[in-house]
Design a protein around this ligand. Structure first.
Ligand code: NI
Length: 178
């Protein structure tokens, strides 16, 4: 089921999301709905608070592209935690389905290690870089009530785009890959 995406101004986006204590049927339904909602909006990632559920669940999916490591996979992470990040950072543009019609420039670590639970309850450890690392950092920030506009490289490095184009396509990502 496609769920309604909460927009900036909705307090759920600014709350700290709660840990998932037990993976239940509801958790599975939430993940399925998040994936469906992300795809319906041509997004590359989504965090549970964006569909009004203040729990620590994120999904991400970047269309397969040889130039983007980790693309072509669907990530569904429960209680994700960034346990390591590189000193090396890079700047690039980000958008957010909760902030329609805007993109801005954000600096983030290039490489991260994420610990999480998969939907089967098994522990996952992911080492990701580039765009996948950027998207996962953006989504994990949502779980702490942080939005990309809080992290702009400078207050004026934000600009308007057509609504529905706030998240980049794999093609744009491949072009902008360091
Ligand atoms: Ni977002």
């Amino acid at each position: 089921m496609i769920r309604q995406i909460r927009k900036i101004g909705d307090p759920v986006l600014r709350r700290k999301a709660k840990k998932v204590e037990k993976i239940t049927q509801d958790t599975h339904r939430l993940i399925d709905d998040m994936i469906e909602t992300m795809r319906a909006h041509h997004g590359v990632g989504l965090a549970a608070p964006q569909v009004g559920s203040p729990v620590r669940v994120v999904v991400a999916e970047i269309e397969a592209d040889d130039k983007i490591p980790g693309s072509g996979m669907t990530y569904a992470l429960i209680n994700p935690e960034i346990v390591h990040h590189s000193e090396e950072t890079w700047e690039n543009q980000e958008g957010c389905l909760s902030i329609p019609g805007w993109r801005g420039e954000v600096e983030r670590p290039y490489r991260i290690t994420v610990k999480a639970l998969g939907r089967d309850g098994k522990r996952i450890r992911l080492e990701v870089e580039g765009w996948v690392a950027r998207v996962l950092q953006h989504e994990i920030d949502h779980l702490d009530g942080i939005l990309f506009i809080d992290k702009l490289v400078a207050p004026d490095r934000i600009w308007r785009v057509e609504e529905g184009k706030e998240e980049e396509t794999a093609e744009e990502m491949a072009l902008a890959t360091p």
